[in-house]
Design a protein around this ligand. Structure first.
Ligand code: MG
Length: 83
């Protein structure tokens, strides 16, 4: 999503994964996935976590790179920009 299409394109919401979007090492609930999709309509969203991308996909979904504007894996050593 182009940032200009968001309601507040100058706001960024960044989240930890374990203990924030999911219980530690578990998968995200549908309620959380739906909330993030709605939030993304309004602000830029991203995640940063210690896990690698494979583990982040297990926890948040195979399409994790399409769910967030920014995804940081391995404590930020690897960065992806969402579509
Ligand atoms: Mg955590």
């Amino acid at each position: 999503m182009d940032p200009i299409d968001k309601h507040s394109p100058d706001v960024i919401a960044f989240f930890d994964v374990d203990g924030a979007l999911t219980a530690p090492r578990l998968t995200a609930t549908k309620q959380m996935i739906d909330f993030l999709a709605e939030l993304r309509n309004n602000v830029i969203i991203g995640i940063v976590g210690g896990s690698d991308l494979r583990k982040q996909k297990e926890q948040l979904g195979e399409n994790v790179l399409d769910m967030f504007d920014y995804t940081f894996s391995e404590n930020g050593l690897v960065a992806y920009r969402g579509k």
